[in-house]
Design a protein around this ligand. Structure first.
Ligand code: KG4
Ligand code: ZN
Length: 331
């Protein structure tokens, strides 16, 4: 079975073809980062319009890469949510139209399921059950993945998502959008011993997270310094250390509570090297295996949607004619 995957939930247009036997045949991504950068954040209307412009050419280019024509596809999968509603509607409309015109089945994929299953794209040895840490711009979740479609949320952020906190702190430090990568770069020049920020919600039991208090710490600390480049780098470092430690503490706790011996991390924030290393240490000390997708599969992409869609189509799931798009949709 060959499935075309379409991702348009936010600011990346992603397209991929996944073959159930041969794996990922091709994938392409168009990032809107440059489009939104002058506004310091994502402008939803611009995102929708850009997806409209980019999606069809991207589908053709991806099929060319795979050496396939539209008629050689066996199914279509698209991200149906959660995300920006206008952006989602673009992928959903194109997905349904293509499927209808080709007479092929179409399936709506949950964006977070895509992220959760992304590590399986490259690691055939990885099978559920496993513990997944999902850290992106919109979500911070610890999930027990029992099998395809059976997920138990163990913990989540009660306020900001990790990526959102990175982006907001980066803004305070005068860094551009998106803030995560810029903050990581700045933190490399920071002195880890100068400031220490709290590790929120690690003192009490439970697996939920909170990151908004860290923002306040950054703001207060910044106000007390001269805000030189070195001050900012030291603050960025302290913030990143606090986040990485917090994630590591909760992952260790979740591994112990569930008895699971496989940890999978996904979502855009997994591109962060300090966080990757800290999770590696947790896995080593807990005798667990760690699966981290390569950075291009950590952030939004079409490959994870094609893959998750292929599994769902193989399981017999299909949509009717009605387009599915939900800005909010719990896992
Ligand atoms: O998964 P993703 O591409 O999009 C969704 O939110 O679904 O994640 C984007 C988030 C942004 O908040 C971005 O700042 C953050 O991931 N991010 C990073 C890094 N690269 C991306 N955060 C910290 N360090 C990074 N290197
Ligand atoms: Zn995402």
């Amino acid at each position: 079975m060959r499935v075309l995957g379409i991702e348009t939930s936010c600011d990346e247009t992603g397209v991929a073809v996944y073959d159930a036997h041969r794996g990922l045949l091709a994938h392409r991504l168009h990032s809107q980062v440059a489009l939104h950068a002058p506004y310091g954040g994502i402008v939803p209307e611009l995102a929708s319009r850009d997806h409209i412009r980019r999606l069809t050419p991207l589908i053709h280019a991806t099929l060319d890469d795979a050496g396939l024509t539209l008629s050689q596809l066996d199914g279509i999968a698209y991200t149906a949510g959660p995300g920006l509603i206008g952006a989602l509607l673009v992928g959903a409309s194109v997905g349904h139209s293509l499927a209808w015109s080709l007479g092929r089945p179409v399936v709506a994929v949950h964006h977070l399921e895509g992220h959760l299953l992304a590590p399986l794209l490259e690691s055939p040895a990885l099978t559920p059950p496993f513990l997944a840490l999902l850290i992106s711009g919109g979500h911070t979740l610890l999930v027990e993945v029992r099998e395809l479609g059976r997920y138990r949320i163990l913990g989540e952020s009660i306020d900001d998502a990790v990526g959102e906190a990175f982006d907001k702190v980066a803004k305070m430090l005068g860094l551009g959008y998106p803030g995560g990568p810029a903050l990581e770069k700045l933190a490399r020049a920071g002195d880890p011993a100068r400031f220490r920020f709290p590790r929120p919600m690690t003192e009490r039991p439970g697996l939920d997270f909170s990151f908004s208090g860290l923002k306040t710490c950054v703001m207060n600390t910044l106000a007390k310094t001269a805000a030189t480049d070195q001050d900012k780098a030291d603050i960025a470092r302290a913030f990143q250390e606090a986040v990485a430690d917090t994630l590591a503490i909760k992952c260790r706790r979740a591994l112990r509570q569930t008895g699971l011996k496989t940890l999978v991390a996904a979502g855009g924030v997994c591109a962060n090297q300090t966080i990757r290393q800290r999770l590696q240490t947790v896995a080593e000390t807990e005798g667990a295996r760690l699966f981290l997708p390569r950075p291009e599969f950590c952030t939004d992409n079409g490959a994870m949607i094609a893959f998750a869609g292929c599994l769902r189509l193989q399981a017999g799931q299909r949509e009717g004619l009605a387009i599915q798009a939900r800005a909010r949709w719990s896992l």
